[in-house]
Each structure stands twice: as C-alpha cells, then as structure tokens.
Design a protein around this ligand. Structure first.
Ligand code: SF4
Length: 348
C-alpha cells in the first residue's frame, strides 16, 4: 500500500540517531518571545545547554527570569500566539522537538519527555478517579487492556510510595493530601518511562518534610531508571540536594552555568552571589542575610548593557551600562565548562 500524505506527516521528521557521545537533550540558542500590545516580551534569549542521561540540571532564577517559559517551549506547551519560538534547536535523542509535527509532539510528550508541575491539580482531572486517570494514560499510549492498565496504575502508585494503592486508585484527587497528589502526578509523569523529566517547582506548594520526601523519591527513581531531570526552582536548598549542574537565568538569559559543587563553593556572577547571600545556610559563617535590592527587569525594555546592572553592587559606569556581557567559558574543572556573563568576572 502506498503511503498517504497523513502517513508522511505521522512519520515525523527524519530521525538522526545520536552518537554515543552526544547529550540526551541538547538545547541551542533557544529564543522565545511573546507578542503583546506593548511590544515583544523577550522571555528567553539565546539559551543553550546539554543534559545527559541520569543527570539533573537545576534552572534557577526569580519569577519572570524565563526559566519556566524555556521548558514549556521545549515541551511544546506554549500558546502560539502569543508565544513565538524565534530561534533555536532542541534535540532529544536525535529528534528535533521544535520541528516535528504536532501529532508526533503529542506522542513524544509523556513517552519520552514528561513534566510535573507545582500544582498537581493542573495535571490531575478532579472529576476522575486517580487510578483511572493513570490507567488511561498507559492504555492510550501502549494499547494495553483496561485490566492491564488498571494493574499498572496500582503498580505505579505503589512505586511512588502511595500507601494502600488499590484503595487509593479508587479515590478522586481531592481525597488526596497535597503530598499524595504530588506523588500521583509523579506516577502520571513516570507512567511511560520518559527519558527526561521536567519538574517545574515540584515542591513549592508542599511543607518542608514532604518536600524532602518528594525530592528523595525523584532521586531514587532517577537512580533506578537513569532518567535525566530538569528541575526548575528558586530554592537553593532543593538544588543543593539533587542537582549535578546549575544554570542561572536573569532577564531571559543564562548568566551562569556550572557544576553544582563549584557553583555552591564559588558562585561567579554577582546575581548568583546575591542569590546565595539571600538564603540561610547551615554551615555558613555569614551572620545576616542580604537581599538583592531592586526588581527583576522588564522583558520588554531590558536595561542597556548588562541587564543586572541597575541592581548590581559591582556595576561600573563603563562596560556594565553600555555593553551586554557575553556568556564566556571561565574555567572547567568538571570538564564540561563553567560559563559566566559578567564584564568584571575575575576582578571581584
Ligand atoms: Fe554587575 Fe557589571 Fe557583572 Fe553585570 S557585568 S553583573 S553589572 S559587574
């Protein structure tokens, strides 16, 4: 039988199998804007990073820094319009996520790259039982019988530490506590064994004890499956406990990226230094916390020069106010580079 036009679309873009040395996920020069009546909001500009299997990358920054938009863009979850991916490539295991047809994107979402959100109720439908929702996800993607899907749902709930999973499978989301709902959402995200899990502020709405349990659970699952994880957060404590690498965003751009250990020992960008000084650290001899003065910049009218200069205690009157600092390789003790965008790096 000859191929129809639909068949051609379903096949998706040409697959390019990655070489063993290529990262699982590669983001290059990702640039996303939103069209508004006041002008183009430059939400993400020229963002690049790599992620290997089993690795956790923490993307940090204040609200409006572009961290959530950047992952929603690669998941294909942004409403277009008003959002526009202006430039960039995103390769997952050899497939270009930005260029593939919408139907193929839907297949890839969940099966190869899945996402968990801050509020589980955005992913769980309040009018269906949790077990049924999990089972349907498996059934629709894998074509298994309803009974097999139900058994798999119970198994997944058990895997994420939900007690009495058989009984719980027959309950609605509102009958779950916040922590249990988050576990159910993690079960949903893991149902199809994705290669990459994107966790957008997954513990912000939970109390500290449950936060730790959820992060520990994600760590265990990652160890068992070699899944890669992108963790979006503003919580330096969460980052310290799980991240291999850190990427800091400010004004829609990456201003620093480094191995987590190096970042914690010696943050290179004044904004990163400000973040570190503004949170309590158990073994630090700093006796008071120092907030970063000022507000995040408008993404429609970014300041000239370095976008951080109006808030930077090290800003000079020359390059800092007139020339945007490039993200430059500084040193690379982890073999994968540390990059910082600051004119005065090394002087401070
Ligand atoms: Fe501060 Fe200048 Fe560095 Fe920007 S380039 S972070 S203003 S010192």
């Amino acid at each position: 039988m000859s191929a129809t036009r639909d068949d051609e679309v379903d096949a998706g873009p040409e697959m390019v199998r990655p070489r063993a040395t290529e990262p699982l996920l590669s983001v290059r020069n990702l640039t996303v804007e939103f069209d508004t009546e006041d002008g183009a909001v430059k939400a993400v500009t020229d963002l690049s990073y790599d992620l290997n299997a089993g690795e956790t990358l923490a993307i940090m920054g204040e609200s409006g820094s572009g961290k959530s938009v950047s992952v929603q863009a690669l998941m294909g979850l942004l409403p277009t319009p008003p959002a526009r991916v202006v430039a960039g490539q995103v390769h997952l295991d050899g497939q270009d996520l930005l260029k593939m047809p919408e139907r193929r994107k839907r297949e890839v979402r969940g099966a190869e790259i899945a996402m968990i959100f801050q509020d589980p109720l955005t992913s769980l439908n309040p009018v269906f039982k949790v077990g049924w929702q999990l089972g349907e996800m498996v059934r629709l993607h894998e074509g298994v019988s309803r009974r097999a899907a139900r058994d798999r749902a119970v198994q997944l709930m058990e895997q994420v530490g939900i007690p009495n999973p058989k009984q719980r499978a027959n309950q609605f989301p509102h009958q779950f506590s916040g922590g249990m709902r988050q576990r159910a959402m993690i079960a949903m995200a893991l149902a199809l064994s994705p290669k990459v899990l994107v966790a957008d502020e997954p513990t912000t709405a939970l109390d500290v004890t449950v936060q730790a349990q959820i992060m520990e659970l994600l760590g265990q699952i990652q160890e068992a499956t070699d899944m890669a994880m992108i963790l979006i957060t503003h919580d330096l404590g969460v980052v310290a406990s799980v991240a291999d690498r850190v990427l800091v965003m400010y004004g829609g751009r990456c201003v620093e990226t480094a191995a987590a250990e190096e970042f914690y020992a010696n943050p290179g960008h004044p904004y990163s230094q400000g973040l570190m000084a503004s949170v309590p650290r158990l073994l630090s001899d700093i006796d008071r916390l120092i907030p970063i003065d000022g507000q995040p910049p408008s993404l429609i009218n970014l300041p000239a020069g370095c976008a951080f200069h109006p808030r930077c205690i090290h800003a000079n009157d020359n390059s800092c106010v007139s020339e945007r600092p490039e993200l430059i390789e500084r040193f690379a003790s982890d073999g994968r580079g540390r990059q910082v965008a600051c004119h005065r790096f090394g002087e401070l």
